[in-house]
Design a protein around this ligand. Sequence first.
Ligand SMILES: NC(=O)c1ccc[n+]([C@@H]2O[C@H](COP(=O)([O-])OP(=O)(O)OC[C@H]3O[C@@H](n4cnc5c(N)ncnc54)[C@H](OP(=O)(O)O)[C@@H]3O)[C@@H](O)[C@H]2O)c1
Length: 268
Amino acid sequence: MTSSYALRGRAAVVTGGTRGIGRAVAEHLTRAGALVCVTARDADEVRRTAADLGGVGAAGSVADPEHLREVVDLALREFGRLDVLVNNAATNLPYGPLMDVDPLAWRESFTVNVEAPLRLVQCAWRAWMREHGGAVINVCTEGATHVGPRIGAYGTTKAALLHLTQQLAGELAPKVRVNSVSPGLVRTEMARFVWEPGEEEVAAGLPLGRIGEPDDIARAVVWLASEEAEWVTGTDLLVDGGTRVRAAGTAKGYAVHGHLRSRGPATP
Ligand SMILES: NC(=O)c1ccc[n+]([C@@H]2O[C@H](COP(=O)([O-])OP(=O)(O)OC[C@H]3O[C@@H](n4cnc5c(N)ncnc54)[C@H](OP(=O)(O)O)[C@@H]3O)[C@@H](O)[C@H]2O)c1
């Protein structure tokens, strides 16, 4: 289905493109005809993914401004253009009550989740998009608009990313469209500690009866990147299986907050 979107010959960068949602986005963009550059910290995974997709890759952390400049340079060198930027890489650390949070870890989460997307857009804008246009998609979260147990740092960064999306959309129009996609709970490594301990219970609490798959999010990202969404900017596309409207439905209980209270993500 996504192959019908007009992305043939377009060039895209996907941060965190080696697994989970980013990998699915990179695959769907490739299938839609785009040339794709993936990034992540693990160099072997970057090489493998780029080879699988017939694209290119750059290893490094989005927290490193030099890496972000290299990524844009690489895409322009290899593809001669840069039409789509997907800010997907993120951290869900530090985890826990905010009164216990180390301010340096708090700062690092803002560097990765908010500052890096802005810096990458700046690089892409200056090098290509200001003159030729483009589309930016930031991956936020369903939880960005409300609070949750022990995820205060993550939620605050994603709320900031949501605001950044809207601000950039206004500033960069009409050349560049800037939108976000906000996933609910998706079957990836980052969220494993939430869905794995009781997936059936979590799914039963969701109006659409299952947790998300990376492909669910990728389809939304590719649509926003395509010309099908040419009159859409500054919006947040919620892809959450009905999580936010669950209170009005028949589904009973919501296990996610219980899992957030009793467990934490694997620390690197
Ligand atoms: N899964 C969910 O339920 C869910 C829900 C809402 C929102 N989201 C959002 O969806 C996005 C993708 O998450 P995911 O669940 O797919 O995570 P994931 O499966 O853990 O994948 C994360 C990807 O980002 C890369 N990455 C992590 N930190 C990085 C850094 N500092 N610099 C460069 N690359 C980095 C990882 O590779 P390396 O480790 O090799 O760097 C990997 O490719 C994130 O923005 C997340 O906040 C996820």
